[in-house]
Design a protein around this ligand. Structure first.
Ligand SMILES: [Zn+2]
Length: 101
């Protein structure tokens, strides 16, 4: 029985190309882990601040309610987002290059 089972596994492996799928799964895994890491780093900690931690500008009550744990005023947050977008854009280009190679 064991021999038949082993043969079935071998044939299934050849038919579906599991080895190739494994590489794809690794790639997806890394992408998801990266996304989770990035999302976690963006989660603000602690209560919403009344004043921007960057420039000390007052943060509107509406913004503090809309963004729990907000730490920066809109212009500073936009600046920070722009920097992060640049960083992730750089990473995307980097991984695309390595895939082409
Ligand atoms: Zn600010």
């Amino acid at each position: 029985m064991a021999a038949i089972f082993n043969r079935m596994i071998r044939e299934t492996t050849m038919a579906t190309g599991w080895a190739g799928d494994g590489a794809v799964h690794d790639q997806i895994d890394a992408t998801i882990k990266d996304a989770i890491k990035r999302a976690r780093s963006r989660v603000p900690k602690g209560p919403s601040l009344k004043r921007c931690e960057e420039c000390d500008a007052a943060i509107a009550e509406a913004r503090r309610k809309a963004v729990p744990g907000v730490r920066m005023c809109v212009p500073c947050q936009a600046e920070r987002d722009k920097q992060q977008a640049n960083l992730s854009g750089y990473n995307r280009r980097g991984s695309k290059d390595s895939q082409l190679r």
